[in-house]
Design a binder for this molecule. Sequence first.
Ligand code: ZN
Ligand code: ZN
Length: 307
Amino acid sequence: MGRFFLDKDEKFMDLAIELSKKANYPYGAIVVRNGRILGRSDADTGICKTIYKHAQLVAIEDALRNNTLMGNLKGCTLYSSCEPCMMCMEAICYSGIDRLVYGVGIEASNLYYHHIEDFSVLDIVKKINPSMKIIGGVCEEKALQVIQDYHNHIVEDDEKFIDMAIELSKKAFYPFGAIVVRNGEIIGKSDDIVPTKDTIYTHAELIAIESAVQNIKDSLSRGNLHECTLYTSCEPCMMCQEAILAEGISRVVYAATIEDSNEYFCDEFLVHIKDIVKRANSHTKIVAELHRDKAIEVLKDRGRLEI
Ligand SMILES: [Zn+2]
Ligand SMILES: [Zn+2]
């Protein structure tokens, strides 16, 4: 391969990486034929009630708007900031695209971003579609940097929001606090309803979830919190775990553990959310024990509950 192709590949990969910087999820892709861009991914990439908004699929669909039949993208190169997943690989092969250039490999991407735990299918594609040219690692560092920045941004957000949940726990009737966040916006908080001693249903997580459900206008059925993160000052109990799964919450970040609650405040059944998520085959991601020490301080300050 001559230097000319390399320069061209780097130029187009830079454009795909620019798109990945502006997207909701850190991926970008463009379809190019004879030096002309036929399709590109958009900023909504990944935001979905469907799974179809991967950058590569969006770019292919965009290119197909001028090429109505699948298979019409012969002679095209797909530039993707990250190695495509299995779903996108299928679309690439069907579309007729005969050259794939990607930046960072899936394994490296998975180190920082675990929305979906992808795996490489390059070996399969090479067998079923041997004529496709595949070049990886083009502008790899730049593409990976976007994913790392995205990851760091998530960590910063997690720290900010878990602190808010812990602040709520300080003022609460029982020392627990929770918030539900979607796209950086708080849509439910545990102080939206004042808990009383009269009911078992006023756990912080349930109040935050209920308030989030009520705040989502299009929420007519269960499972509508799939783009949301629940931040809770303590690992949820079984009742709240059920609500988390039922509403399809995609991430849970908690501070203190159930063991901490048992030691410093009141006894709770030892059922860990990681085990339940696994048993339920749920994709809910769990971030455990973030700012645990701060949440333990609140439990300690309150002292053991006398029943
Ligand atoms: Zn994909
Ligand atoms: Zn609970």
